[in-house]
Design a protein around this ligand. Structure first.
Ligand SMILES: NC(=O)c1ccc[n+]([C@@H]2O[C@H](COP(=O)([O-])OP(=O)(O)OC[C@H]3O[C@@H](n4cnc5c(N)ncnc54)[C@H](O)[C@@H]3O)[C@@H](O)[C@H]2O)c1
Length: 375
């Protein structure tokens, strides 16, 4: 079975789903690994390094795709890329419900079986395949570094002959995978960290990282599978009132609050930004799904009354080597699930195979994608 990795051309995307470490895991399955020349370059993996680990470097995209049964990339394909895929092949990539309709239609037309990173079930057995988690954790780490670099002050306590400098105050809103990594990173840098989440189940994890869990006297709607549920506007209004004082007192706020398939909840209004300390920074990791701050502009930096709101997109791609190493391990684990005795073998009785599959046999299977296409 031939497994091919395509080079990314999307703006700002520097990751690749293949690394020198992941190749032996794939070849051990009896898989022939091919990679489009230059695919690993932006992540620091040269063609020579990938070839040295056992991949065949294809000089052109057409050569990489020739006879490929599984094609893998990071970003959803463009229409052109979808058109170039071998008829009936398997595709592994991000495939959010916001994927262009024309792309989905082309995949359906070409009878491509599309597995999406977003759909990998978040169960223990599939942890090694969970790209959402591996990339969220990189995003949480980098959000703190980006915010710290913008702050006009340092994070740790300093007791020097020139006086005592108090530690900076960091507030993390949403303590899921990204939030927990943001907490850990801010703590390592010496900040005093507080965190909040509608899922009080995360309280102990927050505390074990040395942060304070901000208890809000609110009854949140319980979600399923460890996820939060969309809360009512009344709830969010009350939550904003209760958390306002913590936001005002913070130097750096990292927001990561998300509800699967929904717009991110607004936790910081523009009125609240106006009450923050001059020089304070908000890094909004929810920028791509609408933002947790009312002033966030995806892909931009907004300054309002001395407060900087950073809506940088795709933070994991700004740490491309580590993000790619982790993504490549996730992909190798997914491929292991799809291969038996060196041949492609799709077992739809397996809940991870069935759950991760967005499109199969000329049909859209994923309810999220179906819903998006019908609206
Ligand atoms: N394989 C597994 O078993 C597995 C893998 C990954 C995640 N999970 C579970 O899913 C959880 C969340 O995952 P995620 O990080 O991808 O979630 P996510 O990105 O969907 O959301 C991030 C966080 O925002 C929080 N949030 C939502 N609305 C909020 C609001 N109004 N105010 C404050 N916070 C709000 C959520 O509770 C969540 O903790 C994990 O902590 C874990 O319990 C399980």
């Amino acid at each position: 079975m031939k497994f091919s990795v395509l080079r990314e051309f999307a703006d700002g995307e520097r990751r690749t789903p293949l690394s020198p470490d992941s190749i032996p895991r794939l070849t051990a399955l009896g898989v022939q690994v091919a990679v489009e020349a230059g695919a690993g370059e932006a992540a620091g993996f040269t063609d020579e390094a990938l070839a040295g680990a056992g991949a065949e470097v294809a000089p052109t995209r057409a050569a990489a795709l020739q006879g490929a049964q599984v094609v893998c990339k990071v970003q959803p394909p463009t229409v052109e890329e979808a058109k170039a895929l071998p008829e009936g092949c398997c595709l592994i990539s991000y495939l959010p419900s916001s994927t262009e309709r024309a792309v989905v239609e082309e995949l359906v037309r070409r009878r491509v079986t599309a597995f999406s990173f977003e759909l990998v079930p978040r169960i223990s057995r599939a942890q090694s395949m969970d790209a959402l988690s591996s990339q969220a954790s990189i995003g949480g780490y980098k959000a703190v570094l980006v915010g710290a670099a913008r702050l006009p002050k340092i994070l740790p306590l300093q007791m020097t002959a020139a006086g005592t400098i108090p530690p900076a105050r960091v507030l993390v809103m949403g303590a899921g995978v990204a939030g927990l990594q943001a907490i850990a990173t801010a703590r390592r840098l010496g900040a005093v960290v507080e965190a909040t989440d509608v899922r009080t189940a995360v309280r102990d994890e927050v505390k074990s990282l040395g942060a304070t869990f901000v208890e809000l006297e609110l009854e949140a709607q319980e979600g399923e599978g460890g996820y939060a549920r969309e809360q009512s506007e009344e709830f969010l209004q009350r939550q904003r009132e209760l958390i306002a004082q913590r936001v005002e007192q913070s130097d750096l706020v990292v927001t990561t609050a998300a509800v699967p398939g929904r717009r991110a909840p607004i936790l910081i209004t523009k009125e609240l930004v106006a009450r923050m300390r001059p020089g304070a920074v908000i890094v909004d990791l929810a920028a791509d799904t609408g933002g947790n701050c009312e002033l966030t502009r995806p892909g931009e930096e907004v300054v309002m009354k001395g407060v900087t709101i950073i809506g940088q997109r795709n933070l994991p791609a700004s740490v491309p080597t580590t993000a790619s190493q982790m993504l490549a391990r996730n992909v190798a684990a997914i491929v292991a699930l799809l291969v038996k005795d060196g041949e492609l073998h799709l077992d739809f009785e397996d809940e991870v195979v069935a759950g991760s599959c967005a499109i199969h046999a000329g049909e859209v299977r994923s309810p999220q994608l179906k819903e998006a296409l019908s609206s």
